[in-house]
Design a protein around this ligand. Structure first.
Ligand code: ADP
Ligand code: MG
Length: 479
């Protein structure tokens, strides 16, 4: 290869890098080599079949246009797999992957479909390339309490868990969303335990972070093929906390993989803290793919369900601590007062257990009240602070916060200042004198005047009333 060709190749790589970004570049192109240039065609190579098919499927055009920017006469990029085919003559057009599949078949003398070859991949491959996230032995179907808010999610999860290898997949993906501590992880791990206990199917549980890590790491250590094969040896892929999938390019790659799995008829189960439509950073196709299966929400835990969960937790604690007993009265008290989520319920039981063990005392209502006091959160509406109001108002009217607090009386600060004082009065519990103090030491009659003024204006002035509404929304959403 000539020096000119090498120089060109460096420039093409530079273009590619700036076009796809550093992340994608290092994931997919870092190990791509130039083999030769002949007239209109360029021959490139990569070390694995997986990389090759990925680049063909997702970046063929991009690679070509980067070459054309340097060498307009180039009309074809041929991509081959280095290790297997270093000296192989036939090099195929990127746009015709079928031909390529045949080549691979000959070269490896493997059965036709890649999928079939992979189904026989040793199980250990999946561990090398992609270990699952750790499972908590307590999170099974047996300990999962069914209530109104999770009946559907539970039924769907059971259905998935009971499927057999080769069964048609009923809903794919199964997407469960709920707020924190409402049982997503419990349900997903239950699916995993149940699926794997039959041993006929392979169910892999991964947090989104682990998925990303496994994915990227597998690529970097050149085991991308093993990784891909590992994925394909999986019947059910369970992904927890999808909302943590970070980084645009990583997400894009992640999503391609997800598509591949679903297209191959593998069951995918996902949990996240929000519905697919609210996963802003995912692209539209992926979101619609996620929404195209069964999307189930688990609502907040009702009191009955909370009681059930407490009982289930106490029962499992008793397996190891036979003397631990929680009177019904205490359970009812806890289920009435700890309303937020399952994690706090679990925390409460742990504390009672710890306390009764350490002090060798029976659990009483008194003791429970003391022990769990800080887990009982008052259900107060969102607290808005005067500083937040000043900040948001200043931004909206393009003045500074010190303008609002100053004694300046020009119209462009008088109105915003009045609006801010009005919002402070209506959105916080602060008194008029207190508000006056916080607005540069004004008298409470000044605040009252401002409040009355804006109250009167919003009934007549549509645009002002819209501004005020918009400010309220911003405050609700941001502070
Ligand atoms: P999430 O993943 O949604 O944040 P988890 O699954 O971690 O919530 O649940 C938090 C705690 O509440 C765990 O201890 C879990 O076992 C318990 N929990 C939540 N829902 C249930 C339920 N329906 N039955 C039994 N335990 C539950
Ligand atoms: Mg969770």
């Amino acid at each position: 290869m000539t020096n000119t060709e090498q120089d060109r190749w460096s420039r093409v790589k530079g273009r590619l890098r700036s076009s796809v970004g550093e992340d994608v570049y290092s994931s997919w192109f870092a190990r791509m080599d130039l083999e030769s240039v002949h007239d209109e065609s360029v021959h490139l190579s990569v070390p694995t079949r997986f990389l090759k098919s990925w680049i063909q499927a997702h970046y063929a055009e991009r690679v070509l246009s980067c070459w054309q920017a340097e060498m307009p006469e180039v009309h074809r990029i041929d991509l081959s797999v280095r290790t297997a085919m270093r000296s192989a003559a036939p090099v195929k057009d990127m746009s015709v992957p079928q031909i390529d599949a045949r080549r691979v078949e000959r070269a490896d003398s493997r059965p036709t479909a890649e999928l079939r070859a992979v189904a026989t991949a040793p199980v250990s491959a999946s561990h090398d390339a992609l270990g699952g996230s750790p499972l908590d032995p307590r999170l099974t179907f047996a300990s999962f309490v069914i209530g109104r808010s999770n009946t559907l999610a539970h039924a769907a999860a059971r259905q998935v868990a009971e499927g057999r290898r080769g069964d048609p997949v009923m809903f794919n993906p199964l997407y469960i969303h709920a707020g924190v501590g409402l049982g997503k992880t419990h349900l997903l791990q239950a699916v995993t335990w149940a699926g794997n206990s039959g041993s006929e199917r392979k169910v892999l549980y991964l947090t989104a972070e682990k998925f990303m890590y496994g994915f990227v790491a597998a690529l970097k250590t050149q085991t991308s093929l093993a990784f891909k094969e590992a994925l394909r040896g999986i019947d059910v892929l369970v992904i927890d906390d999808l909302q943590f999938l970070q980084g645009k390019s990583t997400q894009a790659e992640f999503c391609h993989t997800l598509n591949a799995l679903i297209d191959a008829g593998r069951q995918v189960v996902i949990a996240a803290d929000r519905p697919p439509s609210d996963l802003e950073s995912l692209d539209d196709r992926v979101r619609s793919r996620l929404a195209g299966g069964l999307v189930v929400e688990m609502g907040s835990l009702g009191e009955e369900l909370r009681l059930g969960i407490l009982k289930s937790r106490v029962a499992s604690a008793r397996a190891h601590h036979a003397s631990f007993d929680v009177p019904e009265q205490v359970l009812e008290y806890l289920s009435r007062t700890i309303t937020h989520n399952g994690r706090d319920l679990e925390g409460a039981v742990n504390r009672l257990l710890a306390h009764s063990k350490l002090n060798n005392q029976p659990v009483t209502l008194d003791m429970a009240e003391r022990e769990v006091r800080d887990l009982i959160r008052p259900q107060e509406p969102k607290r808005i602070k005067i500083e937040d109001i000043q900040r948001v108002v200043a931004r909206q009217y393009n003045v500074s916060r010190s303008d609002l607090l100053s004694s300046r009386r020009t119209a462009n600060v008088v109105r915003p200042r009045q609006v801010a004082m009005y919002l402070a009065k209506t959105l916080t519990l602060r008194s008029l004198p207190e508000i006056g103090r916080r607005f540069g030491g004004r008298d409470h009659t000044t605040v009252l005047h401002a409040v009355r003024k804006i109250e009167a204006l919003v009934t007549k002035d549509v645009s002002l009333s819209e501004e005020v509404e918009s400010l309220k929304r911003q405050l609700q959403n941001e502070s």
